[in-house]
Design a protein around this ligand. Structure first.
Ligand code: FPP
Length: 248
């Protein structure tokens, strides 16, 4: 949480504090398209437009990290044409948007099993990472082929292997050791999770990092999630009484 350094936009909105790390589950693209009699992919395309605005707004308001659930390990179960469409959209997004993101100081990160992605997606990911690696502004952390349980299991394997190599005393493993073995190593915990479309589930998203997060479930479908709606969520967030299990 950053209570001291407020950006001009944050002040204009009447924010006194801004969450350091916001996680977003961009839900409702399919329903948005179906309601209009369009193919589901049109919903995902509209979702990318929203994403562009949300990234820009997050940066302008002074959020440090924006984590986005773009594609889960479970999403492979969708019809092949939708999976293919989402994969293409990702590549398109990375090549088309990267210059603007770069110009705004955004640094891209990924979490998930990136190595298991098809070659074009893998290449686009590498491109995004390389292009923005020296930037110091908003970190856009994209969950891609991601599942939180798999992430925790991977961290456990990494710690166990280090213990077997004699580099780590198994009895000395702390919460911080686990934190440091997650994809999000070095990033602050998630302060705020927004899931659009009225669904109230975490769906295997950042389970460890969300331990003390506040949750918002706006009813709007992701393509309709506006800057005004985002500002409303941030204003409500600062009213929440976060006690982290203690008392005040
Ligand atoms: C959930 O809506 C959304 C997704 C599974 C994909 C989210 C992806 C994007 C917004 C675009 C691609 C991402 C990047 C980073 C370019 P849904 O399809 O589950 O909607 P529904 O619940 O209404 O069917």
């Amino acid at each position: 949480m950053d209570e001291i350094q407020l950006t001009p936009l944050a002040r204009e909105l009447g924010l006194r504090l801004v969450p350091a790390h916001v996680g977003v589950i961009m839900d409702g693209n399919g329903r948005w398209a179906q309601k209009r009699g369009m193919p589901r992919m049109m919903g995902h395309r509209a979702g990318v437009e929203t994403l562009r605005d949300v990234i820009r707004f997050s940066s302008d308001v002074g959020i440090q990290v924006l984590s986005l659930y773009a594609f889960s390990t479970e999403n492979w179960k969708r019809p092949a044409d939708e999976v293919g469409g989402l994969m293409r959209l990702l590549v398109e997004f990375l090549y088309k948007e990267i210059d603007e993101l770069d110009a705004n100081g955004v640094r891209i990160r990924f979490m998930g099993d990136i190595d298991a992605l098809p070659a074009p997606q893998h290449k686009a990911v590498e491109y995004g990472l390389e292009k923005t690696k020296d930037n110091t502004g908003l970190i856009v952390n994209i969950a891609l082929n991601y599942g939180a349980r798999a992430e925790i299991a991977r961290a456990a394997r990494e710690l166990a292997a280090a213990a077997v190599r004699g580099e780590l005393d198994a009895a000395a493993i702390t919460e911080q050791s686990v934190t440091d073995a997650l994809y999000t190593a070095g990033l602050p915990d998630v302060d705020l999770v927004i899931r659009t479309s009225g669904e109230m589930r975490l769906s295997n998203f950042m389970l460890y990092q969300c331990s003390y997060a506040e949750f918002y479930f706006p009813e709007v479908l992701w393509p309709d999630f506006s800057k005004e709606e985002y500002a409303k969520v941030l204003l409500q967030f600062q009213q929440r009484d976060r006690r982290y299990g203690g008392v005040k």
